[in-house]
Structures are given as structure tokens and as C-alpha cells.
Design a protein around this ligand. Structure first.
Ligand code: CA
Length: 225
């Protein structure tokens, strides 16, 4: 799942990005309001974490812009100010939740998961399945044939990406850009190494093999090639 963080304080932004990435989310970080709005309206995010006091546009303005563009993805507000007025204003404008700085990361993560669960009930599933592989997107758990598989955050993000686009041949550069949020250009070895590790966990000892190599093109997750 993809989370956009809009936060101008470098320390807080980096801390959030790192924590959420480690928790298995694909994250982008915008450092001002304009960037935040621009990314949020174009980026296919599942959730936005939005600071209130930002350069460019304020968090309120970013939120208004989002709702104006017809995007109703969940928004979690972060602010150092904890006055009732702010809280009311944010909720009136359509913020889904509110967290006052400083906060414990565990609490933020719990709120994020709750919002994603709430936002998803009507539209998207919280579980994905292919053959006998099951992914619990909220608990970040994977099992195959009833057996628990432990994945790193990156492996989880990679598997989620494969499963969401099952049957589609995915070039290494696309995988790199989507899961690592980077452009590797020629050096897509990182992708190959990660896919090899993921396969060892997800496919070794199981049938059918889910992750297939498409020579010269990339990879595809397909239980029946
Ligand atoms: Ca700020």
C-alpha cells in the first residue's frame, strides 16, 4: 500500500518515511504543500499523512484541494498544535483523523492501519490471494498452504505489487520504480536479488511456482503459466 507523507520538518519526515517503509508501506515524502497536493492528486495513494503548517500551501489547503479534485482517500493530519479549534477545522474539512506531535510511532501506525481498514471496507479487500498464497494487507502477514511465511518489509511490498498485478509482465525498471521508488536504469540487479529471495520464501517447496521469469522482459506472477 502506498502512503504519501507531506511534512516539511526534515527529521519528522525522514522518521515517518523510514518507519512506514520498515512497516512494509511504499512511501513518498513531499516537503511542501504544493508538492504534496501535486503528488497526492496524481500518485495513486491509499493514504496521506499531512502536516498542517507547511510552506507553500497549508495542510488545510492541500486537503481542500484533494477533496475538490474528488479524491476521498483517507487523510491523517499531523500537527504540533493541539487546540480544539484546529481539530474541529480539520475534521470539518474532511480529515479522517488527527494526531498531535510529538507522537509515538506505534500510535501513528495503529491510526494508519485503522484508516486503511475503514477506507477499504467498501471498496478494496484487506486480503489478497493467489492459488494457496494469502496476504493479509493490514496485519502484513503472508501464508502459503496454511504455513506462515516471514518476509522483510521490502519483500512484502514486492509480493504485494506482484499479486496486485498478477498475470502482467512487469519490467525490472517498473518494479524498481514502484517498489523502491527509485530509478535504477541499468542496475536492476537489486530487483533480481530481491526477487530471488522472495521466490525462495514463497515458491520453494510449493506448487505451483507463482513467480516466473520472462526472459529479456522481467517477471510475472502467474500460478498457471
Ligand atoms: Ca510543519
Amino acid at each position: 500500500m502506498k502512503v504519501l507523507i507531506v511534512e516539511d520538518e526534515p527529521k519528522t519526515g525522514d522518521y515517518l518515511k523510514q518507519g512506514l517503509t520498515e512497516a512494509g508501506f511504499v512511501t513518498d515524502l513531499a516537503r511542501d504543500g504544493w508538492d504534496g497536493l501535486h503528488l497526492a492528486t496524481g500518485g495513486g495513494y491509499d493514504l496521506v499523512i499531512l502536516d498542517v503548517m507547511l510552506p507553500g500551501l497549508t495542510g488545510w489547503q492541500v486537503l481542500e484541494g484533494l477533496r475538490h479534485a474528488g479524491l476521498d482517500l483517507p487523510v491523517l493530519f499531523l500537527t504540533a498544535r493541539d487546540q480544539v479549534d484546529d481539530r474541529v477545522k480539520g475534521l470539518e474539512l474532511g480529515a479522517d483523523d488527527y494526531l498531535v506531535k510529538p507522537f509515538a510511532f506505534a500510535e501513528l501506525l495503529a491510526r494508519v492501519r485503522t484508516l486503511l481498514r475503514r477506507g477499504r471496507t467498501a471498496t478494496e479487500p484487506t486480503h489478497l490471494a493467489v492459488a494457496d498464497l494469502e496476504i493479509d494487507l493490514l496485519r502484513r502477514r503472508v501464508q502459503r498452504g496454511g504455513r506462515r511465511i516471514d518476509l522483510t518489509a521490502k519483500e512484502f511490498a514486492l509480493l504485494e505489487f506482484f499479486v496486485r498485478r498478477r498475470g502482467e509482465v512487469l519490467p525490472r525498471t517498473l518494479i524498481a520504480a514502484s517498489v523502491w521508488d527509485m530509478n535504477f536504469d541499468s542496475n536492476t540487479n537489486v530487483v533480481d536479488v530481491a526477487v530471488r529471495r522472495l521466490r525462495a520464501k514463497v515458491d520453494d517447496g510449493f506448487e505451483p511456482k507463482l513467480i516466473q521469469t520472462v526472459r529479456g522482459m522481467g517477471y510475472v506472477l502467474d500460478p498457471a503459466p
